[in-house]
Design a protein around this ligand. Structure first.
Ligand SMILES: Cc1ncc(C[n+]2csc(CCOP(=O)(O)OP(=O)(O)O)c2C)c(N)n1
Ligand SMILES: [Mg+2]
Length: 791
């Protein structure tokens, strides 16, 4: 939308003033009007909000269309909601409920705010990257499923967010290149939380964006400043404004009169002093503090210029004043300072409001009121029919393989099998940060190709890996940035909303480096994204790779993170059931069953490259039957081996001690060997494979919480009862921190000896490392004896 034909400037300025008032008053009310019951300061960011008022008024009251998607700087949440209120999208009652329970969230939240938020923000540096990756996803969706309505993906960010590496990782990745529909607007107020940002950073930022192929636009000077530049000799003013260090410039805001004049010319060429003598003190102040980021027309022109850039993303540096229009403007300590009651009264008066109408919307017959209604109508998104469910089969493996195999290998094969399923294949999309081949995506990539917006010629004819690049490819390759992996997965996992197209998105990463992208992982889960993650290989089981590559705390990340389900099966067929079930849940339509709905989110598979014998699983299959076993595998646990069925002589002997070995993933062979050794000693050991500690833990917690809330006796959840029908002491065995499963003793009410990896590993063979970490069968036997002696 062009700045031509924009609403009259005085109307936009009046809107901006009202937005400023409401945003500031919302924070004020939260802190002053609300009864404080817990002694905590409620807080809020009036100065950070004020800084953004011009930018956001220009966007919502003129520039945006219904299809556009915007990430709002976390600390401008009050501005966003004030705008939604003025347009009629938010009930008035919320204005006094900022930062209250069930009210407006401190930072924009997709899942918790009452009005429609496109991107959650809060952890600085991620809100900017999210719309960039949403743009990547839209390009993919357009190429595969036909063009959606034109949308611009916009991020409004604080300037100090540019200190976060995630921003630069995002723009440096070739996958984000060339997105003409992405625009970032930097609220360039030269202040962070603690301080005025030292020096002048703009040249550096500009060069970095330039180098990444972005179009860079500065909106630096307001119209009063530009008028002064145009006067004879005005160049000297312009040069000085451009050269002055941030700290000196910012200090002007605290000054008036002769003091301001003196400070302004300090260090400047002497012609400047002469040039500014033509302005009186008040004029001089209004000129030197007149920055373009509060000049709505200048902003609209800049946004138009960015729209015209069709083949590369744009960034607008909007020079602003933190605390614009407030007595705290430009104060280095204004980040979380609050206006006094008197200052609020002054602002109310300056906005033309009184106590009786301070929360009102515009009079609907006023030019501002008419504009607000027009904008609401224009920005209302058409309701689209929910996408039908993607039909994912219950399994892909028709014939069980008897040869030893690893879960990572099985994972790669299952994806290849899924490409042969016409109902599933079109929706599959994978991504990896330069580890596609080493995480077994090569077979998938060979069949579907790599996504690039334009076809690329393949220069190498690799007989093993066909890296065919073009717009039909279904793998998005990233450079080595785990932050980018999780940001992209997060946006792929929201494509059903942000691009009206459900996808079955799968990312792979070496398990230890899940932690490298953890904040973005949390961000994506918090945003409600649905995707599959394979962390592979994992644990000390990738033995020769050594301590730097061995993960031990990742299962706890998977278990403890809301919106993420951790799954760590040991056997190929169990992985197949779980992966198909996860994809079915992700692809489920609006009418999906309640379990899928309750859990829909991300599924984190922790896999390994250790080939293990599949026969024990096939034996369990024979014993239990596919239907029941599948149910148990999906619920989180099943009895892999029944001690007495396996060794009937133990059942016949009187008083046979009984123990249960609870094992996860790669260590199953050691658990089985330990059970054999125990049987030789006359001790019966059941083996339970945990396929999802997460689901079991949650089932246990659900029953406990239910009991806590209703003051009743907790029951043992079905999933635990099915896998642990006998009350026996237990040993838990896991190639991960022993703490991860230590809760199981409490859950079952039995003695528990947890074995796991509690120190950094080193290079070696699996045998060497399992010996160091007490994961060998002999240690498991001893742990079983210890557990028996404890009970
Ligand atoms: C990852 C992360 N680290 C630290 C913070 C705490 N924090 C909130 S705002 C802020 C400074 C932001 O400055 P800027 O982006 O320039 O925004 P402004 O308030 O100036 O508009 C900091 C450090 C955070 N929210 N997220
Ligand atoms: Mg700032």
């Amino acid at each position: 939308m062009s700045s031509e034909g924009a609403p009259p400037l005085d109307v936009l300025d009046a809107v901006a003033q009202r937005v400023l008032w409401l945003a500031v008053r919302m924070v004020d009310s939260a802190n002053r009007d609300r009864q404080n019951t817990d002694g905590l300061k409620v807080g809020g960011h009036q100065a950070s909000s004020a800084s953004m008022v011009g930018i956001m008024t220009a966007l919502w009251f003129r520039h945006l269309n219904a299809a556009d998607r915007v990430a709002v700087k976390p600390h401008a949440s009050p501005v966003f909601h004030a705008i939604q209120y003025l347009m009629g999208n938010l009930d008035r009652s919320y204005l006094t409920r900022l930062r209250s329970f069930g009210g407006i969230q401190a930072y924009p939240s997709r899942t918790k705010d009452p009005d429609h938020v496109d991107f959650s923000t809060g952890s600085v540096g991620l809100g900017a990257a999210a719309p960039l990756f949403a743009g990547v996803v839209r390009r993919y969706v357009d190429a595969h499923f036909g063009g959606r309505s034109d949308a611009r993906f916009i991020g409004i960010l604080g300037d100090a967010e540019l200190d976060e590496g995630s921003v630069w990782e995002a723009i440096a990745d070739p996958a984000t290149e060339g997105l003409g529909n992405v625009m970032w607007v930097v609220d360039f107020n030269r202040q962070s939380l603690d301080r005025v940002v030292p020096g002048i950073r703009i040249q550096q930022w500009r060069a970095q964006f330039d180098a990444a192929g972005w179009h860079v636009k500065e909106v630096k000077y307001g119209h009063r400043m530009r008028a002064a530049f145009a006067l004879p000799g005005g160049d000297v003013l312009r040069h000085w404004i451009d050269r002055m260090p941030n700290e000196q410039y910012q200090s002007l805001f605290a000054l008036t009169g002769a003091e301001l004049r003196e400070r302004f010319v300090e260090g400047a060429p002497h012609e400047l002093g002469a040039f500014v003598r033509q302005f009186d003190d008040v004029e001089l102040r209004s000129i030197v503090t007149d920055l373009g980021g509060h000049d709505i027309l200048a902003l609209l022109e800049a946004f138009d210029e960015c729209d015209a850039e069709k083949s590369r993303p744009s960034v607008v540096f909007a020079y602003t004043v933190k605390g614009w229009g407030l007595p705290t403007a430009g104060d280095p300590r204004n980040h979380s300072s609050l206006l006094t009651a008197e200052q609020i009264d002054d602002l109310r008066r300056a906005t033309g409001l009184g106590l009786d109408d301070e929360w009102d919307r515009f009079d609907p017959t006023s030019p501002e009121g008419i504009l607000a209604v027009q904008r609401r109508e224009l920005l209302t998104r058409p309701v689209t029919a929910p996408a039908p469910a993607i039909t994912v089969p219950m399994s892909t493996i028709s014939k069980p393989s008897s040869r030893p195999q690893s879960t990572q290998e099985a994972f790669g094969r299952i994806l290849v099998d899924l490409t042969r399923d016409e109902a599933v294949a079109p929706y599959l999309v994978t991504t990896a940060p330069d580890v596609a081949t080493s995480t077994n995506l090569a077979g998938f990539i060979n069949r579907v190709g790599v996504f690039t917006p334009e076809p690329h010629r393949a220069w190498n004819a690799d007989p093993v890996l066909k890296w065919a690049e073009g717009p039909t490819g279904q793998h998005i390759e990233l450079g080595i940035s785990e932050m980018n992996l999780f940001l992209l997965l997060g946006q792929l996992g929201l494509s059903w909303d942000l691009s009206d197209q459900p996808l079955l998105s799968i990312g792979t990463v070496y398990d230890p480096f899940v932690l490298r992208g953890l904040d973005a992982f949390v961000y994506s889960a918090y945003s409600g994204a649905r995707f599959v993650l394979a962390g592979t290989p994992s644990g000390v089981t990738l033995a020769p790779e050594g301590g730097a590559h061995q993960s031990s705390i990742t299962p706890s990340v998977g278990l403890e993170m809301p919106g993420v389900t951790l799954l760590e099966p040991a056997y190929a067929a169990a992985l197949d059931w779980l992966l198909c079930d996860a994809l079915a849940s992700i692809g489920a339509g609006a009418e999906a069953d309640s379990r899928a709905h309750a859990e829909r989110g991300a599924y984190y598979f922790r896999l390994t490259t250790r080939p293990i014998d599949q026969a024990p699983f096939e034996a369990a299959r024979e014993r239990i039957g596919d239907a029941v076993l599948r149910r148990q595998v999906i619920a989180g646990a099943y009895r892999l081996r029944d001690a007495f069925e396996h060794s009937p002589e133990l059942a016949e002997a009187k008083g046979t001690p009984l123990v249960t070995i609870v094992a996860v993933g790669a260590v199953l062979p050691e658990a089985l060997a330990a059970a054999d050794e125990l049987a030789d000693e006359g001790i019966a050991a059941h083996i339970v494979e945990l396929t999802s500690s997460d689901r079991l833990f949650r089932a246990w917690q659900r029953t406990l919480r239910q009991a806590v809330r209703t003051a009743s006796t907790p029951s043992i959840p079905g999933a635990l009862r099915a896998a642990f029908p006998d009350r026996t002491p237990i040993v838990t065995v896991h190639d991960a921190s022993s703490h991860h499963l230590a809760w199981m003793g409490s859950a079952l009410g039995v003695a528990c000896v947890p074995l796991g990896v509690d120190s950094f590993g080193q290079s070696g063979t699996i045998e060497d490392l399992y010996a160091v970490h007490d994961l060998q069968s002999g240690s498991i036997v001893n742990a079983a004896l210890a557990a028996l002696s404890l009970s």
